[in-house]
Write a protein that binds this ligand. Structure first.
Ligand code: SAM
Length: 227
């Protein structure tokens, strides 16, 4: 029963590292009560996003895929009061639930939720200042489009994180031709030759199963690590 072990391990570690949090629990319950799918990041992953954003002193964050705003709350909390988070979501209902959850968490003033297909939303964005960090977690077949848009708007030295890039090993399984796996492969093929970016995949296991994050750093100099 490895899945049970993974969950128990997350719960065990969280019991030391992540205090009980009324606003995050509200967001999870309110999302569930509104029939949103249970596909938000886990608490440990949410906290990692929060720590990454704080580690780089992020003031401006871009998110693709809001759902009920669970990851949005973690990220928004990393921002100073005058920080800004722009998040793109296809479904109006998800955006409405996210808004309620963000308001409940006292974070809505920092957040702008843009409703519509993210490819269109992002193509229209022309931020006055670049983003420090982008988190991509929407429809996986469009990963490369979102990555390239994020790259256009994230500053050099900034970070792009892409969720669900391992998919229980299916991305590396040549017999899997699911569009989500194909979407991750397309991104990987692009990254192989993109000299502006250095990236790595960290596979994770926990209450969300066996998956992984891709972590990409936009090079300050136009020189990839391998050169
Ligand atoms: N980041 C969220 C979290 O961890 O709390 C979870 C996001 S969920 C995995 C993916 C979201 O992307 C869903 O809410 C879905 O409606 C949205 N989505 C799917 N296709 C999209 C598109 N073309 N444009 C924007 N959002 C899309």
């Amino acid at each position: 029963q490895p899945e049970e072990d993974w969950k128990r391990s997350d719960v065990y570690h969280n019991s030391f590292l992540i205090p009980k949090d009324e606003a995050l629990e509200f967001a999870q319950k309110n999302s569930q009560d509104n029939d949103l799918p249970a596909i938000a990041v886990s608490p440990a992953q949410g906290k990692l996003l929060n720590l990454l954003a704080r580690s780089i002193g992020a003031k401006r964050i871009l998110e693709v895929g809001t759902l009920g705003g669970y990851s949005t709350i973690w990220l928004a909390r990393a921002l100073p009061e005058d920080g800004k988070l722009v998040t793109a979501e296809l479904e109006q209902k998800h955006a409405d639930v996210a808004r309620a959850n963000l308001e409940h968490a006292g974070q809505y003033s920092k957040v702008e939720i843009l409703v519509g297909p993210a490819a269109e939303t992002l193509s229209k964005l022309k931020p006055e200042q670049p983003f420090d960090l982008a988190f991509i977690d929407a429809d996986k077949m469009s990963n490369l489009i979102y990555f390239l848009e994020a790259k256009r708007m994230v500053k050099k030295g900034g970070i792009i994180v892409v969720d669900n890039v391992v998919r229980e090993g299916r991305v590396a399984d040549p017999t899997c031709n699911h569009e989500s796996s194909e979407g991750v492969r397309k991104l990987l093929r692009h990254l192989k030759d993109d000299r502006d970016v250095d990236a790595t995949t960290i596979a994770t296991v926990g209450e969300k199963g066996y998956d992984g994050f891709l972590y990409a750093l936009l090079n300050v100099q136009n020189i990839a690590y391998s050169q």
